[in-house]
Design a protein around this ligand. Sequence first.
Ligand code: ATP
Ligand code: MG
Length: 151
Amino acid sequence: MSDVLFKISYTLADIDKAAADFWQALAGYRIFAFSGDLGAGKTTFIHHLCGLINVADTVSSPTFALINEYHYTAGGGDNIIYHLDWYRLKDDAEAISAGMEDCITEAERGAAKCFIEWPEKAKNLLRGPYLWISIESKSATEREMTVTRVG
Ligand SMILES: Nc1ncnc2c1ncn2[C@@H]1O[C@H](COP(=O)(O)OP(=O)(O)OP(=O)(O)O)[C@@H](O)[C@H]1O
Ligand SMILES: [Mg+2]
């Protein structure tokens, strides 16, 4: 079963407002799977979202490292975000040896959040519940995001 929890269209001019609305609606979730074509805007949205919640680290695409770790303060404590890029992974086995399952497990037990780009590359690692965030280009400047809850 999946329910649409959130839907929004935005440009770079109002992406910070979109990120604020997104976080207000969805901050309670732990696993965020960002799906969309090359250049759809997954990294860009995550960058603005992390700026909004005052992530202390540089937020960039984990294209080579595959896992970026960020920290932010909320609820009086230190919180961890794992920014994962599965684009270069062949399959579930490769994802597991790259440490992706450990990040998911930490998120499942509430010790971190995971923001995942290219989740379809190792979808079996997502056991649910998680959010499926689809980003589509409507034009050169406009994106439409649809968020469903899975599991
Ligand atoms: N409304 C928008 N939201 C996000 N990006 C936009 C928007 N309008 C234009 N862009 C541009 O689209 C590009 C999005 O690139 P980005 O690296 O975020 O995509 P991505 O989905 O992470 O791609 P990849 O699959 O390569 O990781 C950027 O060049 C950005 O400036
Ligand atoms: Mg990216």
